[in-house]
Design a protein around this ligand. Structure first.
Ligand SMILES: [Zn+2]
Length: 318
């Protein structure tokens, strides 16, 4: 059986603390790292010490997805311990700096009708928060269904995109524990964050990808979910049902917000979340676009482009 230790680390983000998991077997492994901040690093070192592990003992880091609360310290731990970093191939570019999230989503923000002043603000915010870059040589890309072995067991990598394009979860077939990253969380519905395919440059159907993953999860034999934030989830099917319901309610709300006059995704986002600014603009517009994508697919909404901005209408004109 894999010896797993749950470690809770502070973050400066609205989501609150993040969970990272120490697997004290050979090779000594961390699932996620916490953000690249002195307080988080200190808390990580203290927690490891209470498990009689030093930062320098970490041999392998598995990243569920490249958001700063989950991967921020990967570069620092690699510098300190020489640990090998394992991450889904499409996410790796976020760690090496080859992929620039803001640059990628810029055309989608313009198309969504986000005012230029807010886009400018966002550019400044995001440039100030770039990751500590990791050299390519330190990163090994993970494939779906890849098996990572330990002296005491194994973890199976499974792609669960939607919250991020290359989000992975990890399944321990022996204990039937499932490390969900941000794919499934207690009390929080993960945002289907807007992302662009590096191959086509087109925005991805994040919500559809996410909901397909949720349906797949229901077919799995899982004893307990070990999430990236909050307490473990035992009755996880109930949580999955709640998330499905949340998304279906959100689609209906967005449908009702569509009026006779076409509305942009940004206007929908402001109607859903008044007073958004900074990175919340990305989160809000992502939520709006995610619902609009589904409404378009279901034939409940239609979209027309006007002066480079997409306007959404109810398909039946009511
Ligand atoms: Zn997170």
């Amino acid at each position: 059986m894999l010896p797993v230790y749950k470690i809770n680390l502070p973050t400066p983000y609205p989501v609150g603390p993040v969970n990272v998991y120490l697997i004290k077997s050979k090779p000594c492994t961390l699932i996620d790292t916490g953000p690249d901040l002195p307080a988080s690093r200190r808390a990580l070192e203290e927690a490891l010490a209470s498990c009689r592990v030093a930062l320098q003992d970490i041999e392998r880091i598995i990243i569920t997805h490249c958001h700063p609360d989950h991967c921020g310290l990967a570069g620092a731990i690699r510098e300190a311990a020489g640990a090998q970093i394992f991450v889904n191939g499409v996410e790796a570019g976020r760690l090496t700096g080859e992929r620039d999230y803001f640059k990628e989503i810029f055309p989608s923000l313009v198309k969504a009708g986000v005012p230029p002043g807010l886009i400018q603000e966002l550019a400044v915010y995001m440039r100030a928060r770039q990751y500590r870059q990791v050299p390519k040589s330190g990163i090994l890309p993970l494939a779906d269904r890849e098996v990572l072995t330990f002296e005491d067991g194994e973890l199976v990598v499974q792609n669960f995109p939607g919250h991020s394009q290359g989000h992975i979860c990890l399944y321990d077939p022996q204990s039937r524990n499932f490390f969900s990253g941000d794919f499934l969380l207690p009390h929080i519905t993960p945002n289907p964050l807007m992302e662009v395919s590096p191959e086509t440059g087109r925005r991805l159907p994040a919500k559809k990808m996410y909901l397909d993953g949720l349906a797949h999860l229901l077919e799995m034999d899982i004893a307990e979910i070990w999430p990236g934030h909050g307490e473990n989830i035992v009755n996880w099917q109930v949580t999955v049902d709640e998330v499905f319901r949340h998304h279906s309610d959100r689609n209906d709300t967005v449908y009702r917000l569509l009026g006779e006059r076409g509305r942009t995704a940004y206007e929908i986002a402001v109607a859903l979340f008044p007073r958004i600014g900074g990175f919340d603009v990305v989160l809000g517009v992502s939520e709006a676009l995610a619902a609009l994508d589904i409404l378009l697919e279901d034939g409940r909404a239609k979209a027309e482009e006007e002066k480079g901005v997409l306007l959404y209408f109810k398909a039946d004109g009511n």
